[in-house]
Design a binder for this molecule. Structure first.
Ligand code: XIL
Length: 368
């Protein structure tokens, strides 16, 4: 969050007023699921003091936005960097939160050394198994009993239901998934283990995850939940498909978690668009640099409420709803999939106030 001194004072006043009137989200939804947020570096380091207050008040589960990803925590073969991850875990433990580790095996934000021999050639299957096991074991052992659940495998399947052509898949085939779950369970038998992906409403991807989870279970491997990331926009995902996926995952006997919830309020970027005038295109794609117009905000809030109601409806299987950041200024969506847009995707606005749809739930204190 970027703040000037006067805005910090104004925000502090607002935050303290808010804390008198508003119950925390974790209390509002306490009969249904844990409420969570992804923490960024400024929050973990404690420099974003207002952000930290908001987190303590509203969330009972946290996940690391970046600091546990393999390129950060394990940048070289023989070097780990636990500096931020340690602080993240300490913060969660000190505040009695359910701490989630994100993530162990993912093609992205993974340092290139992971797949290479010293001479630069690609490692073979046995070596990749050894490296996966070493990585998973080292990271999970360090936080044994203190990180309560892990995204073991992230984003392994593409829309048509085929496996993503990652290095893990290229070198080990489908077996990389059961192996990761086996190593993770051996490292910390008490930790919950999850498989996580975006676009989970898409039928092809849904079917493959149902097959993967069933396969893990039939082999006797531990898997506790499917993580539906929940990166949304005003025109995706399709609501009925999303609910169908939720039911399909629950049908395999695991829990479901909404793990990275955010909803873009801006036009959806179509990378295939034929763009003649770049400047005009950029302006069109960043239409609300000075604030979200009322009508757009109303639509956004209505759509968020529809999904929140769905989560409440399915709270027999949904155990956690985690937003991918705290307030709009923090969101990765300000720079993705286009850089430099002013986005409005999170649960709290730039003044650190809860969005309108949440204020409605807050009025009811707990949702029964
Ligand atoms: C994103 C972070 O929010 C950004 O800060 C980073 O630059 C890229 O990764 N799916 C995931 C998350 O599983 O780890 C990604 O997080 C968002 C998409």
């Amino acid at each position: 969050m970027k703040k000037t001194l006067s805005s910090v004072i104004a925000l502090s006043v607002l935050a303290s007023c808010a804390s008198v009137e508003q119950p925390g989200l974790k209390d509002v939804f306490q009969d249904h699921f844990m409420m969570g947020a992804a923490l960024n570096e400024a929050e973990i380091n404690g420099t974003d003091t207002l952000g930290i207050e908001l987190i303590k008040k509203n969330f009972n589960t946290i996940v690391a936005e970046n600091c546990m990803k393999s390129e950060v925590i394990h940048p070289e073969k023989d070097r780990y960097d636990f500096s931020l991850a340690d602080k993240f875990v300490d913060f969660g433990n000190e505040n009695g939160m359910f701490v989630v580790g994100h993530c162990l095996i993912w093609h992205s934000q993974c340092a290139p050394w992971f797949f290479l021999n010293e001479d630069g050639s690609q490692i073979d299957a046995e070596e990749l198994k050894a490296r996966m096991k070493e990585h998973i074991t080292t990271v999970m052992t360090r936080y044994k009993g203190r990180v309560h659940g892990w995204d073991v495998v992230n984003e392994a399947v593409v829309e048509d239901g085929s496996y993503r052509q990652s290095k893990f898949y290229e070198i080990l085939g489908e077996e990389f998934i059961p192996l990761a779950f086996q190593y993770a369970h051996e490292a910390d038998p008490d930790a919950e283990l999850y498989i996580n992906d975006y676009g989970m409403n898409v039928p092809g991807r849904r079917d493959t995850y149902v097959r993967i989870v069933s396969d893990l279970k039939s082999r006797g491997l531990r898997i506790d939940a499917v993580g539906m990331q929940g990166h949304m926009g005003m025109d995706y995902p399709d609501f009925a498909q999303f609910e169908e996926s939720l039911n399909a995952f629950a049908g395999t006997g695991v829990k479901v978690m909404i793990t990275e919830w955010d909803m873009s309020a801006l036009p959806t970027v179509n990378r295939g668009a034929d763009v003649a005038d770049t400047e005009a295109y950029n302006a069109m794609m960043n239409p609300y640099p000075d604030g979200l117009p009322e009508d757009v905000s109303a639509k956004w809030n209505e759509r968020m409420k529809t999904f929140m109601d769905l989560f409440v409806k399915h709270s027999d299987v949904i155990t956690r709803v985690t937003a991918w950041g705290v307030s709009d200024d923090d969101s990765w969506k300000n720079d993705w999939p286009m850089r430099g847009r002013v986005e409005y995707p999170l649960l709290f606005d730039r003044e650190l106030q809860p969005k309108a749809f949440l204020r409605e739930y807050m009025k009811k204190e707990h949702i029964k």
